[in-house]
Design a protein around this ligand. Sequence first.
Ligand code: PBG
Length: 323
Amino acid sequence: MIVRPRRLRRTSAIRDMVRETTLSVKDFITPLFVKHGKGVKDPISSMPGQYQFSVDTIVKEAGELWSLGIPAVILFGLPDEKDDTGSRSWADDGIVQRAVAAIKESLPEMVVMTDVCLCEYTDHGHCGVIINGVVDNDATLELLARQALSHVRAGADFVAPSDMMDGRVAAIRTALDQEGYQDIGILSYAVKYASAFYGPFRDAADSAPQFGDRTGYQMDPANLLEALKEAELDMEEGADMIMVKPAMPYLDVISRVREVSLLPLAAYNVSGEYAMVKAAAERGWIDGERVMMEMLISIKRAGADLILTYFAKEAARGLMIDD
Ligand code: PBG
C-alpha cells in the first residue's frame, strides 16, 4: 500500500487546515531610520522601498504601520554630529529621543523600541569606545546604559542593545531600575554574528567602521555553541526577549536557541537579506513577493516568535489580501 501524504495537499482549503506555521502582522517589528530635518523621506538606494525619515514623516509612517496592524517599530538614528564617544546617542534632544517622543504622542499604544549601540554616533564607526586601539568593553557599558536610559525617558517601551559588549544587559537593567523604570523591557541582540549581510544597513545608518571590522565583538558565523552561551548569559542578566541576527542564514541557530529559552525569541531579517530579494526580483529572476513570504514563514518555522523585518509593511499588505 502506498502512503499518500498528497491527500492533505489536494485542495487549498485542506492545505489551509493542516498548515503548521502561520504568519501574522503581530509577529512584525519594523526597523525605521530617523534623521534631522523636516519633511524628509530619502530613499535608501541599497534597500529599495526603505527610507530615512525626519521626525514628522516617521510619525506618519508609524501611523501607516499601526493601521496595518503592525504593533511595533525599532528606531535607528542618524545624528547631526559624531564624536569619539558617540555622545549624541544619549542627548535628551537627540534624534531618536525626539522620534520616540513624537511617535508615542501620536500613537500611545504602539510599541516603540530603540536600537542601543554607539556605531551610528561615533566618528570611528565602532560599537563601543576605543581605548588603546581596541573597543573597550567595560568603558562602553556606562555609555550604553546612558543611551538606553535617555531612550526610555523619551518614552521607549523596549531598548534593544545591539553592540555585543559583555555584561551590557545587566548594566542597562541596573540603570533602568535605579531610575524607576523597572517596567521597561530589554530585547537583547543576544546572538549577533559578524555578518556581511549588514552591508546595506551600514549605508542606511552611516555606521560602517572606519578601521578594522567587528569580528572582535560580534560572533564568528561558524559557531553554534557560542550562540547558546550568549543566549544563556543574556537571560541570566535579565533580558525580557532575546534575538538571533541575521535570520535566514542562521535558521539552525534560531531553532537551537528556541529550545534553550523560555523567553520570546526574535529574529532579525537583516538588510542584506532584504536587498538580495529586491535585487533579484527587480531583474525578474525571482518572484519577490513569494520569496518574501517563504523567507518569513521559514524564520517562524525555525522557532522565532517575532521578526524584525524591512518587509513588514509589504508582508502585512500581502497577509491582508490572503485573509
Ligand atoms: C548596530 C546595528 C547593525 C544592525 C542593527 N544594529 C549593524 C552592525 O552591527 O554593523 C544591522 C541591521 C541590518 O543589517 O539590517 N550595531
